[in-house]
Structure formats: structure tokens, C-alpha cells
Design a protein around this ligand. Structure first.
Ligand code: SIN
Ligand code: CO
Length: 384
């Protein structure tokens, strides 16, 4: 399904992605909500599910935030209106929500974070704010007015008091009322404010983008084991300097090229992204990747118990190929494989589901057999 309405994927990527907002009327014509408001509230009662309530005129002040899990009495204590329930990672609990995310694979799947669903009463809003991440806001039920304003950064002032970040200043540039099936794309940093008109439900398709600090830490961790005492600062191009105590621009330039060299191997950089971007959203709940002791015969018979298999809802897969070989990434781990594994890894990472017989045939190679066995016995792929 194409969800970009009047835009082609190429136009969207060229003109809007990470650049400016765009409203797509009837991105999904006739869209039917995937779950009712009381089912969403039901999820927020569960221990393992991350949820929040934001109450504009709360008992403790403006923009009160409560964290789930909630109880029925939390709901009875809410005011008549102007509150919002937000439930994170619904795709991990509702298969139809995971299917909805499949339509956003025109962006690399390892950039997709989760599907958050909000339910708001009349006038409900989480206030004017900005996010670090791209988001598609799909109107699922009822109407919501969205206002977009100025670009923001960590320097933008926020209200003191509320534990949720509310902008102290919001300069509106545009506003639209979204109907069910309409979708608004917002780039990171753009301030926005969505106010419910009557009761409404909004689905946020959110993305992940690691910070430079996280990437640097991971890249260094990956590079360190490859370095020896022979890798060292050197200055064969040294010339006489006026002040011997000065650390010159030339010295800084030598260090820069040493650091760039240490981190420039494409396989190392792919592994940095691959490991970071496949970390589970909730590590304590998600299956972990481990090498299984089971044999291939056990794997084949386990796979044959179901015709169709799919990724575990909390599993995150990605792969890379370069001159030195291929690598598979899962739950923050890396498995190095020969380049010939590329086609099988593509199936594993890109297909929404797999036919067990095709999987057995595609993984008929000693390295790949070990990988598939681990995926089956660690519950990283599961019967549909
Ligand atoms: C909402 O659905 O109310 C909030 C989504 C957002 O502004 O990021
Ligand atoms: Co937001």
C-alpha cells in the first residue's frame, strides 16, 4: 500500500523527509482504527506496556504527567476533558499495528522505532512541543487540529514545572484539521501542537536516530579491539615550530586523520549502526540473540510445525554487505557471514513473513544453518 497520497516516494524523500512538514489527505482512504479506545486503555493497565496520561489541568498543576501501568481508579479520577492517553510500541502487542508499520519501509526498517497510539478527550493535547525524531501522525478516529510552528533545539525555552517538555513560546505558521485517514509528516525539531476536536485517536509512526555521542561510543568500542600498540600518533611531516609548547593546527590535523583512519572501515561503520539500531526497545522483555546448541535436524522439524513464520514482534533485524563479507545484526548483536549469505539475509530482514520450506532451502549452507537455528530456538522468528 502506498501511504504518501499525491507524492511519490522519490518526491517525499527529496522534498520533505527531514526537511519540512507535509499534510497527506487520505493517506489511507477509509482507514479503520485497529483497536477501540477501551482496548487501548486496557493495554495501559498492563505491567509490560509503556503508557502515559497527560492532563492539561491536573491536580498537581498544568500538564500533569502520570506514568502507567494504570488502574481502573486512575481512569475514574480523570477530569471530563483535556487529557490524553499515550501508549508506546503498540506494534509489539497488536499484530495489525506491526502490519501498519510495514507500509513505511520506504525508509530503512532499522530507522523505524514504534507505533504510538494516543487517545484524547475533547480539547486534549500534549501541549506545544518538539521532538528529536521524525514522525508520521496518522489520524485514526475523530478529528484533531494540528498547528505547526518554529524549528526548535535544546536551546529553545521550555516551561518550568511540568515534567513533560512544553515550549514556552510557540509561533504558529500553519494549521490543519485532520480527518480519519489523513496523515501529517513532521521533521525532527519542528514545533507542533495537536488539539483534539471531540474524542480522537492519533497513531504516531516514530523513527529512531542515534545521537552522535551514542554512535561515537559504539564506533570506538568496535574499533578498539582492532588497534595495537603500533597504531600511534606520528608526525613524520614535522617542521620547526616557533613555540615548542604549542599544540599547533598541524598537530590537530594529524590527530584528525589518525582518528578518521581508525574509524573509516565501512564494515566497522556498518557494524556500529547495525548493532545500535537493532537493540530491542525494551531489552528486559525482548528475546535475546544467542548461539543455539541445537542441530539442523531439530531446526528443520521445528520450522515444519508451521507453514508461515515471521519476526518476533520485539525482534529487530538488519544486515550489511561489503568487500569483506556480510553481517547480520539482531538485538544489538553481530553475526559475520560470507558475502554469499546476502540474498538469504535480505529475505530475513525485508520480508514480512517467510514460508518455512523456502526458509529451509534458502539457509542450506553451514553458516546460515547455525544462524537460522539460533533464530528459531531463541524465539526471534516465530510461527504466524
Ligand atoms: C499525540 O498523539 O497527541 C501526540 C503526538 C505528538 O505530538 O508527537
Ligand atoms: Co510530538
Amino acid at each position: 500500500m502506498h501511504v504518501l497520497g499525491h507524492l511519490t516516494v522519490e518526491e517525499f524523500l527529496r522534498d520533505y523527509w527531514q526537511k519540512k512538514p507535509v499534510l497527506i489527505r487520505q493517506a489511507i482512504p477509509g482507514f479503520e482504527p485497529l483497536l477501540a479506545a477501551d482496548e487501548l486503555a486496557g493495554l495501559s493497565l498492563e505491567d509490560d506496556i509503556e503508557s502515559r496520561l497527560i492532563i492539561e489541568e491536573g491536580k498537581t498543576g498544568a500538564w500533569e504527567v502520570k506514568k502507567g501501568p494504570f488502574t481502573e481508579s486512575d481512569y475514574r479520577a480523570l477530569p471530563e476533558n483535556k487529557w490524553t492517553l499515550l501508549v508506546q510500541a503498540v506494534d509489539q502487542w497488536v499484530p495489525e499495528a506491526a502490519e501498519l508499520l510495514e507500509h513505511f519501509r520506504f525508509i530503512p526498517s532499522w530507522r523505524i522505532d514504534d507505533l504510538m497510539i494516543s487517545y484524547a478527550t475533547d480539547g486534549g493535547s500534549v501541549g506545544p512541543h518538539w521532538d528529536q525524531y521524525d514522525v508520521f501522525l496518522l489520524q485514526a478516529e475523530g478529528q484533531r487540529e494540528w498547528r505547526v510552528g518554529q524549528m526548535c533545539s535544546e536551546k529553545s525555552s521550555i516551561l518550568e514545572g511540568p515534567s513533560v517538555k512544553i515550549l514556552a513560546d510557540f509561533t504558529e505558521n500553519e494549521r490543519w484539521v485532520l480527518e480519519p485517514g489523513d496523515m501529517l509528516y513532521l521533521p525532527p525539531g519542528l514545533s507542533h501542537w495537536g488539539i483534539s476536536q471531540g474524542e480522537c485517536m492519533t497513531y504516531s509512526i516514530g523513527f529512531r536516530a542515534p545521537s552522535t555521542a551514542e554512535l561515537l561510543e559504539r564506533a570506538i568500542d568496535t574499533a578498539l579491539p582492532t588497534l595495537t600498540e603500533d597504531n600511534r600518533y606520528s608526525d613524520a611531516s614535522l617542521s620547526l615550530q616557533h613555540s615548542p609548547g604549542e599544540i599547533t593546527d598541524d598537530a590537530a590535523a594529524r590527530l584528525k586523520s589518525l582518528l578518521v583512519d581508525a574509524l573509516s572501515d565501512p564494515a566497522l561503520l556498518q557494524a556500529t549502526l547495525g548493532q545500535l539500531m537493532t537493540e530491542a526497545k525494551y531489552e528486559e522483555q525482548a528475546p535475546t540473540f544467542d548461539t543455539s546448541e541445537q542441530g539442523w535436524a531439530e531446526t528443520v522439524s521445528a520450522l515444519q510445525e508451521a507453514e508461515q513464520w515471521t519476526r518476533h514482534p520485539q525482534a529487530r533485524f538488519a544486515y550489511s554487505i561489503n568487500d569483506t563479507g556480510a553481517a547480520f545484526y539482531c538485538q544489538g548483536e553481530i553475526v559475520n557471514l560470507p558475502a554469499s549469505a546476502g540474498k538469504s539475509l535480505e529475505v530475513l530482514c525485508d520480508e514480512a513473513s517467510y514460508d518455512s520450506q523456502s526458509l529451509i532451502e534458502a539457509f542450506d549452507d553451514s553458516h546460515l544453518k547455525t544462524l537460522l537455528t539460533s533464530l528459531v530456538f531463541c524465539d526471534l522468528i516465530v510461527p504466524v
